[in-house]
Design a protein around this ligand. Structure first.
Ligand code: G6P
Length: 473
């Protein structure tokens, strides 16, 4: 398997599997629930693909297969986890790329380890790729891989996709290693972003900071190669979610959830990784104020907030958890009654079935990030609303707002605006809800994750953009 060559190599910080314990307590691998692996799976099978990624933790594993997919784990030492993953990726790049919602930290030793780990990924990809193979590199943890790989293997076709926002020049410029990152990405033939604005930010920075000629979405390199920067908004397995939401066990579970919450008139729902970009604090405050204002009572409405544990060793994340749990305690202490908390808070992660049941149970889905590349939770909610009802309150600053225009769009920094939107969604009449939901469901059904993967691969493999054939203007 993985010691022979492959025609397609996927390179991502994480492998598409999780290490779990089976009923006998033995550790085994299970496919991750995310949509990315199901989108990429058909492409991997069709191209004899392999996936390189970090399995989490410091343990070393040999290449292995899960459900016929070839996986190659790359280990990280404790120091590399601290400096590459928690440090440069999630303490520097993540906040910098999300509008500096938290203050990015710049440390030279973090950068050195980021370079070192990127090189290891690039070297492994170079070993595994057949002559003329395609390599698809994913996300902000690996932005130097395209250039490193091109130096090792100029015969390869290289694509890069950034799952998170790409910031405006004014913010990106803070990065002491801005030029190296841009040059790293320019090793690819195709650089994909969530939104056209991000691709434009990149093109502008390349022109200003690296000094290359650009025209629309193309960069012309001195060696005659061209690089295309283009938007490919990611999506979900819409049909899969819809089928799950329609299934009997999920429908029953949704009923049971409503019952357990005391059958209130309206259930509000938030589901997020516990991340400071998600605007969880602001939305809970808005909800709490609506109750104190008398807009509705704890008998009328409850807010279910699922906070999925994430990056728990990074300081900003630890502080965020404390802030949110303090607020939830305060809201419930001030506004709740016995058996009727205002906020039902769950610090855990759930399998897809439970998520689908929550989506079906909730009348109002509240997605209020300060900045988000796309936000798939918003799309999953829409896919699960098989009765064409339910309201989506969505931040203008989530990539998904470009497609889900019929949501109640909000500015998460505007507390009164957010309260007004939550109340409108609470009071909306069924006809209005159906009109909006139908339009959003059409959008999601037509633009699913398979269409996303296909359009990226088609563009990457399109001969007309080949680095060997392109000519300077
Ligand atoms: C975002 C990033 C992914 C990342 C995921 C989970 O969606 O774009 O690259 O894998 O968050 O975060 P984690 O730090 O647990 O990998």
């Amino acid at each position: 398997m993985s010691n022979v060559g492959h025609d397609l190599v996927i390179v991502a910080n994480r492998l598409p599997v999780d290490r779990v314990a089976d009923p006998n307590g033995r550790a085994r691998w299970r496919r991750s629930p995310g949509g990315l692996v199901s989108a990429i799976e058909p492409v991997m099978r069709a191209h004899d693909g392999v996936w390189i990624g970090w399995p989490g933790g410091t343990q070393k594993f040999k290449p292995f297969q899960v459900e016929g997919l070839d996986l190659v784990p790359l280990a990280m030492s404790a120091e590399e986890i601290e400096e590459h993953y928690e440090g440069f990726s999630n303490g520097t790049l993540w906040p910098l790329y999300h509008d500096v919602v938290a203050k990015p930290e710049f440390h030279r030793e973090w950068w050195d380890t980021y370079v070192k780990v990127n090189r290891r990924f690039a070297e492994r990809a170079a070993e595994l790729a057949n002559d003329g193979a395609t390599v698809w590199v994913h996300d902000y943890q690996l932005q130097l891989v395209p250039q490193m790989l091109r130096e090792l293997r100029p015969d390869l076709r290289i694509g890069f996709y950034l799952h998170i926002p790409f910031p405006p020049a004014e913010l990106f410029q803070q990065l002491p290693w801005r030029r190296q990152i841009l040059e790293g990405l320019l090793g690819a033939d195709l650089v994909g972003f969530q939104l056209p604005g991000a691709a434009q930010n990149f093109i502008r920075l390349v022109r200003q900071r690296v000094g290359h000629k650009t025209h629309r979405d193309l960069v012309y390199l001195p060696d005659g190669r061209t690089v295309r920067a283009h938007a490919f908004p990611i999506s979900i397995d819409a049909a899969g979610f819809e089928e799950l939401a329609r299934s009997e066990p999920v429908a029953e579970r949704a009923e049971a959830i409503r019952e357990a919450l005391g059958n209130p008139r309206r259930i509000f729902l938030g589901i997020d990784r516990l991340d400071y970009t998600k605007g969880i604090h602001a939305r809970l405050r808005a909800f709490g104020e609506l109750i104190s204002d008398g807009a509705f009572t704890v008998d009328d409405a409850v807010f279910v907030q699922v906070a999925v544990p994430s990056r728990e060793r990074v300081e900003h994340y630890r502080n965020l958890r404390d802030d949110i749990e303090l607020l939830v305690g305060r809201i419930n202490g001030d506004l709740g009654r016995i058996g009727r908390p205002a906020v039902s808070y769950l610090h855990t992660s759930y399998p897809r079935e439970e998520m689908a049941a929550l989506y079906r149970a909730a009348d109002i889905m509240v997605v209020t990030p300060y900045r988000d590349g796309m936000n798939l939770v918003a799309k999953e909610y829409v896919a699960c609303r098989v009765e064409d009802d339910g309201a989506l309150v969505l931040s203008e600053f989530a990539g998904a707002a470009d497609e889900l225009r019929q949501a109640w769009l909000v500015n998460p920094y505007d507390m009164n605006g957010m309260k007004a939107a939550l109340l409108e969604a609470y009071q909306a009449d069924p006809k209005e809800l159906t009109r909006r939901m139908k339009a959003m469901r059409r959008q999601i059904a037509q633009h699913d994750v398979k269409a996303w993967a296909d359009s990226f691969m088609t563009e990457l493999e399109d001969e007309s953009h080949s680095h060997t054939k392109s000519v300077r203007p």
